[in-house]
Design a protein around this ligand. Structure first.
Ligand code: NDP
Length: 234
């Protein structure tokens, strides 16, 4: 039987490319998504990851149809940028509730299945700014750096049960999220990236596929940068 991978937010952007790559590699692919259309070959359940009951119900429905989740790619995330001194509680809490607590809700439910089958691959989509920081992203950066502690704690807690947990830390990747940066800011950012360009969603998908592969069974608690060299040394 092919492995069941669940990708959150596979309707667009990085999540979509990850789901497509897993389909192409022969995995059974499902997604928790809250809107939009999923790629060909991906089964979905509608849920907002800020809602615990909805997340649990979506997992139940997808596992009923495809068996226990063996690989979780926690990809769904948002930004609400603003300078620290003017950032509202709501903008801080909404980002944390989605990127950090939302990821926790999915990881907690997935781990219940993984522990039973003594196999699991947890891939958390963090960000280079989680470790480097970025002006205007105190909320986002805090939510993403916390995923490193989460992956490492999962590794220590359930690593002996055949479960790995890692973080992919993308740099600037061309998606809707980076679309509204504007040409001037894009140029500025590109100048600081050793590769001198933004990455593609497929660059991130390749790292997710690797972490789910048999060859990565002894890789856990790691942060894998996919950033053209931007965050070297973090
Ligand atoms: P997009 O904005 O293109 O897509 C975000 C995805 O997350 C969408 O599918 C969106 O669903 C989903 N999502 C957001 N909030 C929720 C929620 N509450 N419940 C369910 N789904 C939700 O972003 P990217 O593809 O660029 O980003 C994907 C991940 O990669 C994010 O975690 C992001 O932080 C991270 N990342 C992105 C980088 C980049 O440069 N693009 C760099 C580093 C990290 P919907 O369509 O319904 O809104």
């Amino acid at each position: 039987m092919t492995r069941h991978v669940l990708v959150t937010g596979a309707n667009r952007g990085i999540g979509r490319a990850i789901a497509e790559s897993f389909v192409a590699a022969g995995f059974t692919v499902s997604s928790i998504h809250r809107s939009g259309e999923l790629p060909e070959g991906v089964d979905g359940a509608i849920a907002d990851i800020t809602d615990t009951d909805a997340v649990n119900a979506a997992f139940d429905a997808l596992e009923e149809r495809h068996g226990r989740v063996e690989v979780l790619v926690a990809n769904a995330g948002i930004t609400r940028d603003g300078l620290l001194m003017r950032m509202s509680d709501e903008d801080f809490e909404t980002v944390l509730d989605t990127n950090l607590t939302g990821t926790f809700r999915c990881v907690r439910r997935a781990t219940q299945s993984m522990v039973r089958q003594r196999f699991g691959r947890i891939v958390l989509v963090g960000s280079v700014v989680g470790l480097m920081g970025n002006p205007g992203q105190v909320n986002y950066s805090a939510s993403k750096s916390a995923l490193v502690g989460m992956a490492r704690s999962i590794t220590r807690e359930v690593g002996a049960r055949g479960i790995t947990a890692n973080v992919i830390a993308p740099g600037f990747i061309t998606t809707d999220m980076t679309d509204d940066l504007g040409a001037d800011l894009v140029k500025q950012y590109e100048a600081n990236i050793p590769a001198k360009r933004f990455g593609s969603t497929d660059d991130v998908a390749a790292a997710a596929l690797y972490l789910a592969s048999d060859g990565a069974g002894y890789v856990s608690g790691a942060v894998i940068p996919v950033d053209g060299g931007l965050g070297m040394g973090h």
